[in-house]
Design a protein around this ligand. Structure first.
Ligand code: DLL
Length: 432
């Protein structure tokens, strides 16, 4: 059920609550090694030095590198006896980033996850199959506890083993799944291979997140499985899933502002941007005891949607994540986000569920190749048919992204699949 008191709170009341909670975050931050040093450098001696929310700008940003520097306990604000769990980032390079949680932190996170699920219309009568990785990655346990608290029947399937996933879905009549969009697309192919038409599985909803995906990917999934798919955004530094989530209106993700203070900045100049302006999302935890984070630069690019949502929730919404500011590719001087290519590919019914963007250096120029799986049954068998679709995709990419990409078609199942976050770019320039 919608928690009216908090989810439909008036803006002025919300801001009062945010200020009180931000002061709490500051008081916690004063107990950490990292912020103690940082605050003394900028002359902040007590949480009372912050009079209003906009004073937050007096505090420098916190970055992933800061978190790595603070590894393992530089951001810990409570006695170790109070810590009941830790999660660490899926970072593939350098030190991982770690977040400690008290019992209250976990309860708060669960509350946000339950709230998110409710916003999509899920109820205690649903059976929830969690196909995210369990472990240090937050995708597994976060929504797991949120779904249990809602009273759903939870199947902690974990990632991978697609045959077993299908078996579980059929035997226990799963109605809601939680997965990365790329895994769910892969699953659609496997379901078909088993001779089952995907809608026969009887799924109703999918919670999809943990990686960027386009609106056309959502539509494709909804169409294949005949379900409603909801975008779920979060990161381990901010607990995990349950930071922002789509509601039944599917018009942007409500960022839970009673738990996170958000800013959007220009990633280069770092100045704050207004609603509808695209920039980098910066988040401050407002409730966390064990690992307070202030002005954390997420690197994720989005914008705030102006106006209220038709669902009645007053938490502002952010647009689908366009990519990370550090994901941006520069192809012969032209800036390109993989999501732009994906949006074009997924418009075409002939294009299958998996693709890879490869970039190489050829006689000092960048060469980009878009490899995509296709459904051969959609072609008449005429080679000219294939060439026609390739040319249309090439021309659309040229006109929308200003790059000249070679388009390659591959058989379904021939491009690499990952069970977790999809790897969509292979930049071979870095290896030279
Ligand atoms: O991916 C937490 C999560 C799990 C979110 C399950 C949603 C569902 P990390 O591994 O720390 O945590 O990765 C966080 O993934 O900064 C974004 O760049 C990206 N990301 C997460 N959700 C989305 C989304 C989890 N819905 C990083 N759309 C974030 C686009 C997303 N990117």
């Amino acid at each position: 059920m919608l928690n009216r008191e908090i989810e439909t709170i008036e803006r002025s009341e919300l801001e009062k609550l945010q200020l009180t909670r931000f002061r709490f975050t500051l008081s916690q931050a004063f107990k950490t090694e990292f912020y103690k040093k940082r605050f003394s450098r900028i002359g902040l001696s007590s949480p009372e030095d912050i009079q209003q929310l906009s004073d937050i700008k007096k505090i420098p940003f916190t970055t992933k590198d800061d978190l790595r520097e603070g590894y393992p306990e530089g951001f810990l604000a409570v006695h170790k006896d109070e810590v009941v769990r830790l999660h660490a980032s899926s970072g593939t390079t350098g030190m991982p980033t770690v977040v400690h949680h008290t019992k209250r932190d976990l309860d708060n996170w669960t509350r946000l996850c339950t709230r998110s699920l409710i916003a999509t219309g899920a109820t205690k009568s649903d059976t929830f199959q969690n196909m995210m990785t369990y472990g240090l990655f937050t995708g597994g346990l976060g929504l797991h506890y949120g779904a249990e608290a809602l009273g759903m029947l939870v199947i902690p399937a974990g990632a991978g083993n697609t045959k077993r996933q299908i078996q579980l879905m059929r035997d226990f009549k799963t109605t809601v799944v939680h997965a990365t969009p790329s895994y769910l697309l892969h699953m659609a192919d496997e379901v078909a291979k088993e001779g089952i038409t995907p809608p026969k599985l009887g799924l109703k909803k999918a919670m999809i997140g943990a990686e960027p995906h386009s609106e056309n990917i959502r539509k494709k999934l909804e169409d294949i499985f005949k379900i409603d798919a909801y975008n779920s955004y979060g990161m381990s530094e901010m607990n995990g899933p349950g930071v922002a989530f789509e509601c039944i209106a599917k018009d942007g993700m409500h960022l839970w502002e009673d738990a996170y203070y958000m800013e959007i900045i220009n990633p280069e100049s770092c100045e704050n941007l207004g609603e509808d302006c695209e920039g980098e999302l910066v988040l401050t935890t407002l409730e966390r005891e064990a690992t307070p984070l202030i002005r954390y630069r997420t690197r994720d690019l989005t914008s705030v949607i102006a106006g209220l949502c038709s669902c009645g929730r007053t938490s502002r919404r952010i647009r689908r994540i366009k990519g990370r500011s550090d994901d941006m590719l520069i192809i012969n001087g032209v800036n390109l986000f993989p999501s732009q290519i994906e949006a074009i590919l997924m418009k075409h019914p002939e294009v299958g569920t998996n693709y890879l963007i490869q970039i190489e250096k050829k006689s000092s120029l960048d060469k980009i190749t878009v490899k995509t799986e296709i459904y051969p049954k959609l072609f008449s068998g005429e080679i000219t048919d294939l060439d026609r679709v390739k040319k249309v995709i090439h021309d659309e990419i040229k006109s929308a992204c200003l790059v000249n990409a070679s388009i390659e078609f591959h058989e379904p199942g021939s491009l690499p699949v990952s069970q977790g976050k999809a790897v969509r770019v292979s930049d071979l320039r870095k290896e030279e």
